[in-house]
Design a protein around this ligand. Structure first.
Ligand code: PLP
Length: 440
């Protein structure tokens, strides 16, 4: 598999290079050079395949022989060792539950796959690889558990002290082994600034092999295309004959971009629905053709509070090849809708009272977008991606529903685990002293 930078199509790199580097030097994003449709026999056999079998077939189709198939199949089976159920709400509405992994959010798919891919590519190296991540909450938990005990890889997570939820903090600070949490006396932006400076620090990079687990790494995008096939399969088994659409609660638009990859690999997706909260940059773009990034506003679906979605460059790139206007072409595949917190709260309530299903605020935005879409396109079956378990946002969900909700055991038991973090100031030199002195 070869990948190019969205800023320079001629500069091709191998999968290994793209995964280990994360970002091209020209500040673009890596994209697969060829996204070919899967063979007909894949679709004929789809309904008899398990999720792991689907994942193995799609991944090996996409990345070719960069990794021997036996090693690749093993890596995929280990990454996706949890179920991906599709729950039917009514005959035109289903919820794809993407929260059955260890951190209870869909980011487990990307993080677990990326960790194993990096571990594989790192095997031949004698020095440890140190992954630096700044997190405002969710990403850190998925990365920590994804890389936990990966041989040859150490993870250093920087998070803003007092600014992540107690359970999110426990997800970062209780694993130990190769996971180290740095509790920074500042904001998420301060954490991000330290990580950025570390990558630019030539002296530090001569001493240590540093890499990132950034959300724009192509290794996180590829696995997110897999569950679109799984949902389609489960609808097929349930006897669905209507055109299928996916409603994707979106922030940085990684998930939605991965759905477009699935479509390019031949999955018959009628439309992708870009569902956002008040951070409505992309729905606005789809309506007006103007891309206007903004400072993000806070909402109750906070993992989608993004004012300048990082994967938009990939979406633009995917639609650039066509001869006409990018936004027209994108608009043929993607329909965008945005909703505020008042609407989101009402939707959480409605889904509970109508379907006896507890949806989280992110999924609720997806639900609203699907309903609005289906007013125009009623003869469709919609799949809402439920990107996180409602208990991850327990305060808001219990407040909206005015009742207690169940917390899965794997999250609940974290509350009793002892926290272990290293406190740091926001100064880069403090960070540098620490990392130079730390024995990995
Ligand atoms: C990260 C996240 C999103 C947004 O996903 P993107 O791929 O960035 O669009 C939505 N919901 C939850 C719960 C998330 O953690």
């Amino acid at each position: 598999m070869q990948l190019y930078s969205t800023k320079n199509k001629k500069n091709l790199v191998s999968l290994k290079k793209a995964v280990m580097k994360g970002l091209p030097d020209d500040n673009g994003l890596f994209m697969p050079e060829n996204i070919r449709p899967l063979p007909d026999h894949f679709f004929e056999e789809l309904s008899n395949m398990s999720f792991v079998e689907i994942a193995q077939a799609v991944v090996s189709h996409l990345i070719g022989d960069d990794i021997p198939s036996q090693a690749l199949n093993k890596l995929v089976a280990e990454a996706f060792n949890f179920p991906v159920p599709l729950v039917q709400l009514d005959d035109k509405t289903s919820v794809l539950e993407l929260f059955h992994g260890p951190s209870l959010a869909f980011k487990d798919f990307g993080a677990r796959f990326m960790a194993r891919l990096m571990g594989y590519f790192n095997q031949a190296e004698k020095d440890q690889l140190i992954i630096l991540v700044a997190t405002s909450g969710d990403t850190g938990g998925a990365v920590a558990s994804g890389f936990y005990q990966t041989p040859g890889i150490e993870v250093v997570i920087l998070y803003p002290s007092g600014k992540v939820s107690p359970l999110q903090e426990k997800q970062l600070t209780t694993l130990g082994h190769n996971i180290t949490a740095l509790e920074v006396d500042g904001t998420f932006d301060d954490c991000q600034a330290i990580v950025k400076q570390a990558f630019l620090d030539k002296e530090l990079n001569q001493q240590l092999r540093l890499s990132s687990a950034n959300s724009i790494n192509i290794a996180r995008l590829i696995p997110q295309s897999l569950y679109y096939f799984e949902a389609f399969k489960q609808l097929q088994i349930a006897g669905n004959t209507l055109p299928v659409v996916f409603s994707v609660p979106s922030g940085n638009f990684g998930n939605l971009t991965a759905g477009i990859l699935a479509k390019k690999m031949g999955l018959p997706i009628e439309h992708m629905i870009a569902a956002t909260n008040s951070n409505d940059i992309v729905p606005k773009y789809l309506k007006t053709g103007q891309y206007e990034p903004k400072v993000s506003v806070r909402t109750i679906s906070n993992a989608m509070d993004v004012g300048n979605p990082s994967n938009f460059a990939r979406l633009k790139d995917l639609y650039k090849k066509e001869q006409c206007n990018t936004c027209d072409m994108m608009g043929k595949d993607i329909k965008g809708y945005a909703f505020d917190d008042t609407q989101t709260r009402k939707a959480v309530k409605e889904v509970d009272s109508k379907f006896k299903y507890i949806i989280d605020p992110h999924g609720a935005v997806g639900y609203l977008a699907l309903k609005e879409y289906q007013e125009e396109y009623p003869e469709t079956t919609g799949v809402i991606l439920e990107t996180a378990h409602p208990s991850k946002f327990i305060e808001d969900v219990e407040d909206i529903l005015d009742k207690k909700i169940e917390v899965p055991i794997r999250l609940a038991k974290l509350a009793n685990e002892p926290k272990s973090s290293i406190k740091l100031s926001t100064s880069y030199s403090d960070f540098k002293d620490w990392i130079e002195g730390f024995s990995f």
